[in-house]
Design a protein around this ligand. Sequence first.
Ligand code: SF4
Length: 209
Amino acid sequence: MPCKPSSSKVRALAQLHAQIRRCDRCPLHRTRTQAVPGVGSAHAEIIFVGEAPGRREDLKGEPFVGAAGKFLDELLASIGLSRDEVYITNVVKSRPVSGPPPGRNRAPSPDEIVACVPWLTQQLQLIRPRLVVTLGRIALEHFLPGRKITEVHGRPQAVDGVTVLPLYHPAMALYRRDWTAILKRDFRTIARLTRKEPQRGRRIPQSRT
Ligand code: SF4
């Protein structure tokens, strides 16, 4: 039986994930539990791009778990979306860590970003989203070098024929009430750009610990 084009795209993404899990292009492969390629649909119209896996993500093999991940799920639900309908990944796929095990999460170095970005490029070329949503500073710097999140958050930007929407990182927003409110408001821009209306009566918790 001939393969459907859609299933070949799903298989291609699975193969790409397998390649990322075997990747040893930078020293982070020595300290990770596992690489974290991404999660979601190969047919997603929206890709969310964060910074790098933290400890929880490294253990589970999935991006955005823990409190920040729950908050992201709630933000998605507030505009009628679920993880299954979008694709979520990071600029860097293995956990940047410092100190003795289990170590502290840290921002990826420029060398680590350069080594890992080709994977993100392949993900974007395969999925071909309508909208790329950057979460936090590292992803913003990759798509819009030199721009400040305080100036561009919530404002769609055209980058190489794709719409890029810069947003604050959910993990940071959890600790700043003003950023939490901004992130909630900016998420409605996603709904507007993709013509998804926010669910009426859906509440997002004000804060969490
Ligand atoms: S961070 Fe990226 S480049 Fe480095 S080992 Fe992991 S997958 Fe490979």
